[in-house]
Ligand binder design. Structure first.
Ligand SMILES: Cc1ncc(COP(=O)(O)O)c(C=O)c1O
Length: 380
Protein backbone atom coordinates (compact mmCIF):
# COMPACT_ATOMS: atom_id res chain seq x y z
CA UNK A 1 0.00 0.00 0.00
CA UNK A 2 1.25 3.45 -0.90
CA UNK A 3 0.55 6.32 1.49
CA UNK A 4 -1.25 9.42 0.21
CA UNK A 5 0.96 11.26 -2.30
CA UNK A 6 -1.01 14.50 -2.52
CA UNK A 7 2.11 16.50 -1.59
CA UNK A 8 3.59 15.59 -4.99
CA UNK A 9 0.70 17.30 -6.81
CA UNK A 10 -0.64 20.83 -6.80
CA UNK A 11 -4.21 20.09 -5.70
CA UNK A 12 -5.91 22.53 -3.32
CA UNK A 13 -7.46 20.96 -0.20
CA UNK A 14 -11.00 21.89 -1.24
CA UNK A 15 -10.78 19.96 -4.54
CA UNK A 16 -11.86 16.30 -4.56
CA UNK A 17 -10.67 15.10 -7.95
CA UNK A 18 -11.86 11.63 -8.95
CA UNK A 19 -11.46 12.04 -12.68
CA UNK A 20 -8.22 10.41 -13.83
CA UNK A 21 -10.27 8.54 -16.43
CA UNK A 22 -10.79 11.98 -18.00
CA UNK A 23 -7.35 13.46 -17.42
CA UNK A 24 -4.97 13.08 -14.49
CA UNK A 25 -3.56 16.11 -12.72
CA UNK A 26 0.12 16.67 -13.26
CA UNK A 27 2.81 15.69 -10.79
CA UNK A 28 4.87 18.70 -9.71
CA UNK A 29 7.97 16.94 -11.04
CA UNK A 30 6.28 16.56 -14.43
CA UNK A 31 5.30 20.22 -14.53
CA UNK A 32 8.87 21.28 -13.65
CA UNK A 33 10.26 19.03 -16.38
CA UNK A 34 7.85 20.65 -18.82
CA UNK A 35 8.88 24.18 -17.84
CA UNK A 36 12.55 23.30 -18.25
CA UNK A 37 11.71 21.74 -21.61
CA UNK A 38 9.94 24.88 -22.82
CA UNK A 39 13.07 26.87 -21.95
CA UNK A 40 15.20 24.63 -24.16
CA UNK A 41 13.66 26.00 -27.35
CA UNK A 42 14.48 29.55 -26.24
CA UNK A 43 18.14 28.72 -26.69
CA UNK A 44 18.35 26.29 -29.60
CA UNK A 45 22.12 26.61 -29.66
CA UNK A 46 22.09 24.30 -26.63
CA UNK A 47 20.24 21.56 -28.55
CA UNK A 48 22.58 18.94 -30.01
CA UNK A 49 21.74 16.32 -32.65
CA UNK A 50 22.13 13.61 -30.02
CA UNK A 51 19.23 15.16 -28.05
CA UNK A 52 16.84 14.19 -30.85
CA UNK A 53 17.60 10.58 -29.98
CA UNK A 54 18.58 10.32 -26.32
CA UNK A 55 15.36 11.65 -24.74
CA UNK A 56 12.96 9.65 -26.93
CA UNK A 57 15.08 6.55 -26.34
CA UNK A 58 14.97 7.09 -22.60
CA UNK A 59 11.16 7.47 -22.68
CA UNK A 60 10.91 4.36 -24.86
CA UNK A 61 12.94 2.31 -22.45
CA UNK A 62 10.95 3.49 -19.40
CA UNK A 63 7.65 2.69 -21.10
CA UNK A 64 9.08 -0.69 -22.15
CA UNK A 65 9.86 -1.43 -18.48
CA UNK A 66 6.26 -0.70 -17.56
CA UNK A 67 4.99 -3.40 -19.93
CA UNK A 68 7.99 -5.81 -19.75
CA UNK A 69 9.17 -5.20 -23.32
CA UNK A 70 12.43 -4.02 -24.90
CA UNK A 71 12.97 -0.33 -25.69
CA UNK A 72 13.16 -1.06 -29.42
CA UNK A 73 9.69 -2.61 -29.35
CA UNK A 74 8.25 0.82 -28.58
CA UNK A 75 7.47 3.77 -30.87
CA UNK A 76 6.51 7.31 -29.92
CA UNK A 77 3.12 8.60 -31.03
CA UNK A 78 0.98 11.71 -30.41
CA UNK A 79 -2.31 10.00 -29.51
CA UNK A 80 -3.99 6.66 -29.08
CA UNK A 81 -5.77 7.13 -32.41
CA UNK A 82 -2.41 7.49 -34.17
CA UNK A 83 -1.18 4.20 -32.67
CA UNK A 84 -4.41 2.45 -33.54
CA UNK A 85 -4.10 3.72 -37.12
CA UNK A 86 -0.64 2.09 -37.29
CA UNK A 87 -2.15 -1.18 -36.12
CA UNK A 88 -5.09 -0.96 -38.54
CA UNK A 89 -2.68 -0.26 -41.40
CA UNK A 90 -0.59 -3.32 -40.67
CA UNK A 91 -2.91 -6.18 -39.75
CA UNK A 92 -3.80 -8.45 -42.65
CA UNK A 93 -7.49 -8.84 -43.22
CA UNK A 94 -9.65 -9.92 -46.11
CA UNK A 95 -13.28 -9.64 -47.13
CA UNK A 96 -15.62 -11.58 -44.89
CA UNK A 97 -13.20 -11.76 -41.95
CA UNK A 98 -14.21 -10.28 -38.59
CA UNK A 99 -12.90 -7.47 -36.44
CA UNK A 100 -13.95 -7.91 -32.80
CA UNK A 101 -14.72 -4.88 -30.62
CA UNK A 102 -16.78 -4.19 -27.48
CA UNK A 103 -20.10 -2.48 -27.05
CA UNK A 104 -19.57 1.23 -26.27
CA UNK A 105 -15.81 0.97 -26.80
CA UNK A 106 -13.85 4.23 -26.98
CA UNK A 107 -14.25 5.77 -30.48
CA UNK A 108 -10.50 6.02 -31.24
CA UNK A 109 -10.53 2.21 -31.10
CA UNK A 110 -13.60 1.97 -33.35
CA UNK A 111 -13.31 4.43 -36.24
CA UNK A 112 -10.03 3.03 -37.61
CA UNK A 113 -11.58 -0.45 -37.68
CA UNK A 114 -14.76 0.80 -39.33
CA UNK A 115 -12.55 2.36 -41.98
CA UNK A 116 -10.57 -0.87 -42.41
CA UNK A 117 -13.81 -2.85 -42.67
CA UNK A 118 -15.14 -0.49 -45.33
CA UNK A 119 -11.91 -0.68 -47.34
CA UNK A 120 -11.53 -4.48 -47.16
CA UNK A 121 -15.06 -5.86 -46.93
CA UNK A 122 -14.35 -7.17 -43.43
CA UNK A 123 -17.09 -7.13 -40.80
CA UNK A 124 -17.13 -5.51 -37.37
CA UNK A 125 -18.48 -7.80 -34.66
CA UNK A 126 -19.53 -6.02 -31.47
CA UNK A 127 -19.59 -8.08 -28.29
CA UNK A 128 -22.61 -6.91 -26.30
CA UNK A 129 -22.33 -5.88 -22.65
CA UNK A 130 -22.95 -9.02 -20.57
CA UNK A 131 -25.68 -8.64 -17.95
CA UNK A 132 -23.24 -9.58 -15.16
CA UNK A 133 -20.42 -7.40 -16.64
CA UNK A 134 -18.18 -10.44 -16.95
CA UNK A 135 -16.81 -9.71 -20.41
CA UNK A 136 -14.19 -12.41 -20.75
CA UNK A 137 -16.46 -15.42 -21.42
CA UNK A 138 -18.55 -13.34 -23.84
CA UNK A 139 -15.41 -12.34 -25.78
CA UNK A 140 -14.02 -15.89 -25.74
CA UNK A 141 -17.35 -17.15 -27.12
CA UNK A 142 -17.17 -14.66 -29.99
CA UNK A 143 -13.69 -15.76 -31.15
CA UNK A 144 -13.68 -18.21 -34.06
CA UNK A 145 -11.64 -18.90 -37.21
CA UNK A 146 -13.23 -15.95 -39.00
CA UNK A 147 -11.88 -13.40 -36.53
CA UNK A 148 -8.81 -11.68 -37.97
CA UNK A 149 -8.27 -9.19 -35.17
CA UNK A 150 -9.69 -8.20 -31.80
CA UNK A 151 -9.28 -4.54 -30.86
CA UNK A 152 -9.78 -4.31 -27.10
CA UNK A 153 -8.96 -2.42 -23.90
CA UNK A 154 -7.73 -3.90 -20.61
CA UNK A 155 -10.71 -2.36 -18.83
CA UNK A 156 -13.79 -0.70 -20.29
CA UNK A 157 -13.57 3.09 -20.40
CA UNK A 158 -17.18 3.65 -19.25
CA UNK A 159 -17.14 1.60 -16.06
CA UNK A 160 -13.78 -0.14 -15.55
CA UNK A 161 -15.10 -3.63 -16.45
CA UNK A 162 -12.05 -5.89 -16.63
CA UNK A 163 -10.91 -8.24 -19.39
CA UNK A 164 -8.71 -11.29 -18.86
CA UNK A 165 -6.28 -10.47 -21.63
CA UNK A 166 -4.11 -13.55 -21.15
CA UNK A 167 -7.05 -15.88 -21.78
CA UNK A 168 -8.35 -13.76 -24.65
CA UNK A 169 -4.88 -13.50 -26.23
CA UNK A 170 -4.42 -17.26 -26.02
CA UNK A 171 -7.75 -18.01 -27.72
CA UNK A 172 -7.05 -15.46 -30.46
CA UNK A 173 -3.67 -17.07 -31.15
CA UNK A 174 -5.32 -20.50 -31.30
CA UNK A 175 -7.47 -19.13 -34.12
CA UNK A 176 -4.64 -17.30 -35.89
CA UNK A 177 -6.14 -13.90 -34.99
CA UNK A 178 -4.32 -10.75 -33.88
CA UNK A 179 -4.72 -8.77 -30.68
CA UNK A 180 -4.59 -4.95 -30.67
CA UNK A 181 -4.90 -3.24 -27.29
CA UNK A 182 -5.71 0.32 -26.34
CA UNK A 183 -4.72 0.39 -22.68
CA UNK A 184 -4.99 4.15 -22.19
CA UNK A 185 -7.46 3.60 -19.32
CA UNK A 186 -5.27 1.17 -17.39
CA UNK A 187 -1.54 1.55 -18.13
CA UNK A 188 0.24 3.07 -15.18
CA UNK A 189 -2.45 2.06 -12.70
CA UNK A 190 -2.64 -1.63 -13.55
CA UNK A 191 0.24 -3.97 -14.39
CA UNK A 192 0.42 -5.59 -17.80
CA UNK A 193 3.07 -7.95 -19.12
CA UNK A 194 3.42 -8.28 -22.89
CA UNK A 195 5.35 -11.53 -22.42
CA UNK A 196 2.16 -13.04 -20.96
CA UNK A 197 -0.58 -11.27 -22.94
CA UNK A 198 1.37 -11.32 -26.23
CA UNK A 199 -0.47 -8.50 -28.01
CA UNK A 200 0.46 -7.69 -31.59
CA UNK A 201 0.09 -3.98 -30.95
CA UNK A 202 -0.42 -2.23 -27.62
CA UNK A 203 -1.23 1.46 -27.56
CA UNK A 204 -1.51 4.06 -24.81
CA UNK A 205 -1.92 7.81 -24.51
CA UNK A 206 0.08 9.37 -21.65
CA UNK A 207 -2.29 11.86 -20.13
CA UNK A 208 -4.50 9.70 -17.95
CA UNK A 209 -3.10 6.94 -15.72
CA UNK A 210 0.47 7.47 -16.91
CA UNK A 211 0.30 10.93 -15.30
CA UNK A 212 2.10 12.35 -18.32
CA UNK A 213 1.47 15.18 -20.77
CA UNK A 214 -1.29 15.55 -23.33
CA UNK A 215 -0.40 14.84 -27.00
CA UNK A 216 2.08 12.04 -26.35
CA UNK A 217 1.75 8.29 -26.26
CA UNK A 218 3.47 4.99 -26.99
CA UNK A 219 2.85 1.99 -29.19
CA UNK A 220 4.37 -1.42 -28.61
CA UNK A 221 4.72 -3.54 -31.75
CA UNK A 222 5.41 -7.27 -31.39
CA UNK A 223 8.55 -8.46 -33.21
CA UNK A 224 6.44 -9.91 -36.09
CA UNK A 225 5.12 -6.41 -36.75
CA UNK A 226 8.42 -4.57 -36.66
CA UNK A 227 8.80 -4.56 -40.43
CA UNK A 228 5.45 -2.91 -41.20
CA UNK A 229 4.46 0.38 -42.81
CA UNK A 230 4.38 3.56 -40.73
CA UNK A 231 1.52 5.98 -41.33
CA UNK A 232 3.83 8.87 -42.11
CA UNK A 233 7.21 9.06 -43.77
CA UNK A 234 9.55 11.22 -41.73
CA UNK A 235 13.32 11.46 -41.73
CA UNK A 236 14.25 10.61 -38.17
CA UNK A 237 12.98 7.04 -38.13
CA UNK A 238 15.22 6.17 -41.11
CA UNK A 239 18.56 4.40 -40.65
CA UNK A 240 21.58 6.75 -40.25
CA UNK A 241 19.35 9.72 -39.36
CA UNK A 242 21.84 10.56 -36.57
CA UNK A 243 24.06 11.99 -39.28
CA UNK A 244 22.28 15.30 -39.98
CA UNK A 245 24.67 16.48 -42.67
CA UNK A 246 23.97 13.38 -44.82
CA UNK A 247 20.18 13.40 -44.67
CA UNK A 248 19.98 14.16 -48.38
CA UNK A 249 21.46 10.73 -49.05
CA UNK A 250 17.91 9.39 -48.95
CA UNK A 251 17.71 6.21 -46.98
CA UNK A 252 15.26 3.41 -47.83
CA UNK A 253 15.79 1.52 -44.57
CA UNK A 254 14.29 2.27 -41.19
CA UNK A 255 15.89 2.29 -37.76
CA UNK A 256 15.67 -1.07 -35.98
CA UNK A 257 12.58 -2.40 -34.23
CA UNK A 258 9.37 -0.44 -33.76
CA UNK A 259 11.13 2.91 -34.20
CA UNK A 260 9.95 2.92 -37.82
CA UNK A 261 6.52 3.88 -36.43
CA UNK A 262 7.79 6.97 -34.54
CA UNK A 263 5.85 10.13 -35.36
CA UNK A 264 7.60 13.07 -36.98
CA UNK A 265 9.11 15.55 -34.49
CA UNK A 266 9.05 12.83 -31.87
CA UNK A 267 11.84 14.61 -29.93
CA UNK A 268 9.39 17.08 -28.40
CA UNK A 269 11.65 19.01 -26.02
CA UNK A 270 8.92 19.89 -23.52
CA UNK A 271 6.59 16.88 -23.64
CA UNK A 272 9.26 14.18 -23.67
CA UNK A 273 10.95 15.23 -20.39
CA UNK A 274 7.47 15.35 -18.84
CA UNK A 275 6.72 11.81 -19.94
CA UNK A 276 10.09 10.68 -18.62
CA UNK A 277 9.48 12.28 -15.20
CA UNK A 278 6.03 10.67 -15.01
CA UNK A 279 7.26 7.23 -16.03
CA UNK A 280 10.10 7.41 -13.51
CA UNK A 281 7.64 8.16 -10.72
CA UNK A 282 5.28 5.36 -11.78
CA UNK A 283 8.13 2.86 -11.88
CA UNK A 284 9.33 4.04 -8.46
CA UNK A 285 5.86 3.45 -6.98
CA UNK A 286 5.28 0.24 -8.97
CA UNK A 287 2.09 -0.47 -10.91
CA UNK A 288 1.07 -3.39 -8.68
CA UNK A 289 1.28 -1.24 -5.57
CA UNK A 290 -0.60 1.58 -7.30
CA UNK A 291 -3.32 -0.88 -8.33
CA UNK A 292 -3.60 -2.30 -4.82
CA UNK A 293 -3.81 1.12 -3.22
CA UNK A 294 -6.42 2.42 -5.66
CA UNK A 295 -8.32 -0.83 -5.39
CA UNK A 296 -8.58 -0.40 -1.65
CA UNK A 297 -9.79 3.17 -2.20
CA UNK A 298 -12.48 2.23 -4.73
CA UNK A 299 -13.63 -0.78 -2.64
CA UNK A 300 -14.35 1.49 0.30
CA UNK A 301 -16.21 3.99 -1.91
CA UNK A 302 -18.13 1.15 -3.61
CA UNK A 303 -19.32 -0.14 -0.23
CA UNK A 304 -20.54 3.29 0.86
CA UNK A 305 -22.20 3.88 -2.51
CA UNK A 306 -24.07 0.58 -2.29
CA UNK A 307 -25.62 1.88 0.93
CA UNK A 308 -26.87 4.86 -1.13
CA UNK A 309 -28.52 2.57 -3.69
CA UNK A 310 -25.81 2.58 -6.36
CA UNK A 311 -24.80 -0.68 -8.01
CA UNK A 312 -21.03 -0.81 -8.44
CA UNK A 313 -19.64 -3.32 -10.90
CA UNK A 314 -18.95 -6.61 -9.08
CA UNK A 315 -15.43 -6.42 -7.62
CA UNK A 316 -14.17 -9.52 -9.43
CA UNK A 317 -15.20 -8.07 -12.82
CA UNK A 318 -13.77 -4.57 -12.51
CA UNK A 319 -10.30 -3.04 -12.56
CA UNK A 320 -9.25 -1.92 -9.09
CA UNK A 321 -8.47 1.67 -10.06
CA UNK A 322 -11.75 2.29 -11.86
CA UNK A 323 -15.20 2.27 -10.28
CA UNK A 324 -18.34 2.44 -12.41
CA UNK A 325 -21.55 3.17 -10.51
CA UNK A 326 -25.01 2.65 -11.94
CA UNK A 327 -28.26 3.44 -10.16
CA UNK A 328 -31.55 1.56 -10.57
CA UNK A 329 -33.39 4.91 -10.87
CA UNK A 330 -30.78 6.25 -13.30
CA UNK A 331 -28.31 8.98 -12.40
CA UNK A 332 -29.78 12.37 -11.39
CA UNK A 333 -29.66 14.58 -14.49
CA UNK A 334 -27.71 17.41 -12.91
CA UNK A 335 -25.48 15.15 -10.82
CA UNK A 336 -22.15 16.33 -12.22
CA UNK A 337 -23.11 19.99 -11.90
CA UNK A 338 -24.17 19.47 -8.29
CA UNK A 339 -20.90 17.73 -7.51
CA UNK A 340 -18.86 20.34 -9.35
CA UNK A 341 -20.55 23.10 -7.35
CA UNK A 342 -18.97 21.42 -4.32
CA UNK A 343 -15.57 21.07 -6.04
CA UNK A 344 -15.97 17.34 -6.56
CA UNK A 345 -15.00 16.12 -10.02
CA UNK A 346 -16.13 12.90 -11.72
CA UNK A 347 -17.42 11.86 -15.16
CA UNK A 348 -20.49 10.16 -16.48
CA UNK A 349 -20.00 7.82 -19.43
CA UNK A 350 -23.08 6.03 -20.72
CA UNK A 351 -25.16 4.96 -17.71
CA UNK A 352 -22.18 4.90 -15.43
CA UNK A 353 -20.79 7.40 -12.94
CA UNK A 354 -17.02 6.99 -13.11
CA UNK A 355 -14.99 7.29 -9.94
CA UNK A 356 -11.36 7.28 -11.05
CA UNK A 357 -9.03 8.22 -8.18
CA UNK A 358 -5.26 8.35 -7.80
CA UNK A 359 -2.72 8.40 -5.03
CA UNK A 360 -3.53 12.04 -4.21
CA UNK A 361 -7.06 11.24 -3.01
CA UNK A 362 -7.53 11.12 0.76
CA UNK A 363 -10.23 10.22 3.29
CA UNK A 364 -11.54 13.81 3.31
CA UNK A 365 -12.16 13.58 -0.46
CA UNK A 366 -14.01 10.30 0.03
CA UNK A 367 -16.22 11.67 2.83
CA UNK A 368 -17.09 14.73 0.75
CA UNK A 369 -17.89 12.55 -2.26
CA UNK A 370 -20.22 10.26 -0.32
CA UNK A 371 -22.02 13.10 1.38
CA UNK A 372 -22.46 15.01 -1.92
CA UNK A 373 -23.80 11.88 -3.67
CA UNK A 374 -26.22 11.30 -0.82
CA UNK A 375 -27.44 14.93 -1.04
CA UNK A 376 -27.85 14.72 -4.82
CA UNK A 377 -29.97 11.54 -4.51
CA UNK A 378 -32.11 13.03 -1.72
CA UNK A 379 -32.93 16.08 -3.79
CA UNK A 380 -34.12 14.52 -6.98
C1 LIG B 1 -9.92 4.11 -23.84
C2 LIG B 1 -9.40 5.42 -24.35
N1 LIG B 1 -8.49 5.41 -25.34
C3 LIG B 1 -7.99 6.54 -25.84
C4 LIG B 1 -8.40 7.77 -25.37
C5 LIG B 1 -7.81 9.01 -25.98
O1 LIG B 1 -7.76 8.84 -27.37
P1 LIG B 1 -6.92 9.79 -28.32
O2 LIG B 1 -5.51 9.73 -27.82
O3 LIG B 1 -7.10 9.20 -29.66
O4 LIG B 1 -7.49 11.17 -28.17
C6 LIG B 1 -9.36 7.82 -24.35
C7 LIG B 1 -9.87 9.11 -23.84
O5 LIG B 1 -10.82 9.20 -23.09
C8 LIG B 1 -9.86 6.62 -23.84
O6 LIG B 1 -10.77 6.60 -22.85
Amino acid sequence: MISCQRHLFDIPDHIAYYNCGYMSPQLNSVREAGYAGVDVKSSPWTVKPVDFFSQPDKARSLFAKLINAEANDVAIIPSASYGLAIAAKNVNISAGQKILVLDEQFPSNIYCWQDLATRTGAEIITVRTPSDFNWTPAILDAIDDEVAVAALPHCHWTDGALLDLEAIGQKLRNHGAKLVLDITQSIGAMPIDVALVKPDFLIAACYKWMLGPYSLGFVYAAPDFQNGEPIEYNWINRARSENFSDLIDYEPNFQAGAIRYDMGERANFSLMPMAIAALEQLLAWGCSDIQQTLSDMTDKIAGRCEDLGFSPLPKQYRAGHFLGLRHSDGLPKDLLERLMAKDIYLSVRGASLRVTPHLFNNDTDAERLISALSDALDRR
